[in-house]
Structures are given as C-alpha cells and as structure tokens.
Design a protein around this ligand. Structure first.
Ligand SMILES: [Zn+2]
Length: 195
C-alpha cells in the first residue's frame, strides 16, 4: 500500500491532495464528484471519465480507467458488495446529513430517542465505508488483471506503477473508513460524558 507521488503529474498531485483535504474536513468522498470517477459507473451505467483520464496515456489515468472497467464487470456479474452498496446509498446520503444534527440536538436537550436515531444513521455511514473498501479493492484487482490480459501494461515496472496508483486510491477509501470509525468513537464518547 506504499504510495509514490512521483508517478503522478502536477495536476494529479493537486487533485489527490485536495481529496485528502476534503476527507480530513469530514466530507465523505462519495459526495465529492469532481474527481470521483469511481462512482460514475454505477450511477450512469456508462464509463464516464474525466478529461484528465480520458485521452490520457499516463499510468495513473490508465489505472483509474481500468478500475472503472472493474466496476462494470462487477455490475455485469451481479457482485454482491456492489449491489448492497448501491442499495444503501440513498439512505446513507440522508443519514450522513442528518446524523450529526440529531446527535447534537439529542444530547443538548437530553432526548435519547433523537440521539439513538442519529447513532443508527451514523452506523449506516460506517457500514457504507466498510462495504466500499473491499468493493473498491476488488475493482482495482479486476482492472489490473484486465490491463495485463489485454497487454495494455506489460513490463513489471508498468504493472507495479499501476498497482501503486490503485493502492493510493484504496488508501483514500481506507482513510474514509478510519475517519468514520474515529467519528463513531467520538460520538460514543460524547454520550458517555453526558450520562
Ligand atoms: Zn471504484
């Protein structure tokens, strides 16, 4: 899971850092659409690649494009994690917006029902990240295999460069999961202080 910045161009570095910044500020990645090519397939059912990916031959762009193809294959095979994730996305979107207000108000006015509702919504967010991580890793695995099968990347240097790009992407999902778990612990600590 080692990530080398060297394989990214300047624009890709900026985008990568922006993503980390957004994630660090509590924005969940699935609501960020600027660089989130990963989510486009499941929504639109066609491969929608950003300008920096489409028409680029950089290793990073090829890696992202292959990852998208991995999602397309998951979808055509009815991959269980993808189906489950897509089925909970609408609820998770609502939950991620409502959980904090419900938790804060519930604790502030001492209504445990509100707090519990907020906690359940936040658990859904954690579940979402828990399901997303292995699904994304699986898409990358499928993508890399396709690149090798079709001879798009051949040398071991190219394979390891693509692998690094895909590992970097996986790290952002791991970070999102870690963030969600950390927030869950914060929420539980908050309620303990109040009791
Ligand atoms: Zn993906």
């Amino acid at each position: 899971m080692r990530f080398s910045y060297d394989i990214l161009d300047d624009r890709e570095k900026i985008i990568y850092e922006l993503r980390a910044l957004y994630a660090g500020s509590g924005y969940s990645h699935f609501r960020m659409s600027r660089f989130e090519e990963y989510d486009f397939y499941s929504r639109n059912k066609y491969l929608n690649l950003s300008e920096s990916v489409y028409g680029s031959t950089s290793i990073a762009a090829i890696g992202v494009a292959a990852h998208e193809c991995g999602h397309a294959v998951q979808d055509s095979e009815g991959y269980a994690l993808l189906r489950f994730r897509n089925s909970i996305v609408p609820v998770v979107n609502i939950g991620s917006r409502l959980s904090w207000p419900l938790l804060v108000i519930g604790l502030a006015i001492g209504v445990s029902g509100l707090y519990t509702a907020g906690l359940i919504m936040f658990l859904l967010v954690v579940l979402f990240h828990l399901v997303t991580l292995p699904m994304e890793i699986d898409a990358s695995r499928r993508g890399l295999r396709m690149l090798q099968e079709y001879g798009i990347v051949e040398s071991s240097d190219e394979v390891s460069a693509v692998r690094q790009v895909l590992s970097a992407a996986a790290l952002t999902y791991l970070a999102a999961l870690a963030m969600a778990v950390a927030n869950l612990l914060r929420i539980l600590a908050m309620s303990r202080r109040r009791n």
